[in-house]
Design a protein around this ligand. Structure first.
Ligand code: KG4
Ligand code: ZN
Length: 330
C-alpha cells in the first residue's frame, strides 16, 4: 500500500511516498530555514507564502523519486496540526484536491504522532521495530511530551512542558549566545569545543512529576550573559546543552522504570542531538529506538507512515477535513 504524505505545519514544505508504513520510496523536503534565519525565527506570513510556492514542485519531486504515478497511490496523509494555521492550510487544501481528483482516501495526521511514527520507518541502520507498550519522548521546537503508547493511535500523556519546549529552549539559548538560527544544531556544534566545568546551570526537576520546565535554565543563562560572566560561548553552549539533556534523560528513564514497557522511542527535531541519543542509550534499562537525524526533523515520510496505520484502522476523513492549529495528542 503506497501513501503520499504531505507536511506543511511549520517551515518545511515536504512530500514523501511510503510503502506499507515502513519503506521510504521518496522523501522530499524544501526548507525555508535560510529565509527565516534573516529574522531570527519563523515569520508565519512568509512561511505560508513559501509553502504555496513550493508545494506542487515538492509533490512532483516526491512522485518522480518514488517512480510512482497517481494510479499507484492508495491514499493521502496530511498534517492537520499542531502548527501554523496559514501553513497547515496549504498542505491540507492540496491534499484534499488530490484526494478529490483521484478518488483517494485521505487521513488527517497529528504532527506529533507523525514524529513518533518516524520510528517505524526503515532507515539505514535500524535493527529493530517498535514493540508495544512503549514510552516515547517527543522533543521538538513546539513540544516536549513524555507519552505512553499502548498500541497504534493509543496514547497516554505522562508529562509535558510547563513553559518552553526543549527545542524552543535551544533556539532561545542560541539567540542569547549569538549563535544563530535554528539554535539546536548551532548549540550542539558550539558545545563540541566547550567544557561544562566553569558554568553551572540549574535543572528544574519538578520532583514526582513527569512534566518539564526549561524557562529557568534559559533565564539563568541570560542573566550570566547580561552580567558579563560568559567569556567562552562554547562552554556556555556545552553547559546549556547538558542541563537540558540531563533532565530529559532522567525523566524518560524514570518513566520507563515505573512501568512495564518494552522500549523507549525518541522523536522530534531535538532527537537528532547526538548527546541526547548517547545519554539515553547509556542510561536506559530497555532498548532505545531513534530515527536517523533526517527523519527526526520535520519530514513527510513520518506523516505517510502514520497515515498508513490510520488508514489500516479505517480512520478516513471526509473532504470537510480542516486544520486544527492547537491539536493535542491525547
Ligand atoms: O521537530 P522539528 O523539526 O519541528 C517542530 O515540530 O518543532 O524540531 C525543530 C526543533 C528546533 O527547535 C531545533 O532547534 C531543534 O529541533 N533541533 C535540535 C537539533 N536539531 C534540531 N536541538 C538540539 N540539537 C540538535 N541537533
Ligand atoms: Zn516537528
Amino acid at each position: 500500500m503506497k501513501i503520499l504524505g504531505i507536511e506543511t505545519s511549520c517551515d518545511e514544505t515536504a512530500a514523501a511516498v511510503v510503502e506499507d508504513g515502513v519503506r521510504i520510496l521518496s522523501n522530499q523536503i524544501a526548507s525555508q530555514v535560510e529565509i527565516h534565519a534573516r529574522y531570527g525565527g519563523i515569520v508565519p506570513e512568509v512561511a505560508s507564502r513559501q509553502h504555496i510556492l513550493a508545494i506542487i514542485p515538492v509533490i512532483e519531486r516526491a512522485m518522480a523519486e518514488a517512480r510512482a504515478t497517481w494510479n499507484d497511490l492508495d491514499g493521502i496523509a496530511v498534517t492537520i496540526g499542531p502548527g501554523l494555521a496559514g501553513s497547515l492550510l496549504v498542505g491540507v487544501n492540496v491534499a484534499k484536491t488530490i484526494a478529490l481528483a483521484r478518488g483517494l482516501p485521505i487521513t488527517g495526521v497529528n504532527h506529533l504522532e507523525g514524529h513518533i511514527y518516524a520510528n517505524w520507518l526503515i532507515g539505514q541502520n535500524r535493527s529493530f521495530t517498535p514493540l508495544f507498550p512503549l514510552v516515547c519522548l517527543i522533543v521538538s521546537g513546539g513540544h516536549s511530551d513524555l507519552v505512553l503508547m499502548r498500541g497504534h493511535g493509543d496514547y497516554v500523556v505522562l508529562g509535558r512542558t510547563r513553559d518552553d519546549a526543549a527545542g524552543e529552549a535551544f533556539d532561545k539559548a542560541a539567540r542569547i549566545l549569538g549563535l544563530g538560527y535554528p539554535g539546536g544544531p548551532a548549540i550542539e556544534q558550539a558545545a563540541r569545543s566547550g567544557t561544562t566545568a566553569s558554568i553551572q546551570l540549574p535543572r528544574a526537576w519538578l520532583k514526582g512529576s513527569s512534566d518539564f520546565s526549561f524557562s529557568g535554565v534559559k533565564t539563568a543563562l541570560l542573566r550570566l550573559v547580561e552580567g558579563g560572566r560568559v567569556s567562552n560561548r562554547a562552554d556556555a553552549a556545552a553547559s546549556f546543552q547538558e542541563a537540558v539533556i540531563d533532565v530529559l534523560v532522567a525523566k524518560a528513564v524514570a518513566a520507563v522504570k515505573e512501568r512495564r514497557v518494552k522500549q523507549i522511542l525518541l522523536a522530534g527535531g531535538v532527537a537528532s542531538n547526538g548527546l541526547l541519543r548517547q545519554w539515553l542509550v547509556q542510561n536506559s534499562p530497555i532498548p532505545v529506538l531513534v530515527p536517523e537525524p533526517i527523519l527526526c526533523t520535520d519530514n513527510a515520510a513520518m506523516i505517510a507512515a502514520c497515515g498508513y496505520y490510520r488508514l489500516q484502522a479505517s480512520k478516513i476523513d471526509g473532504l470537510d477535513l480542516d486544520v486544527i492549529p492547537n491539536l493535542k495528542l491525547a
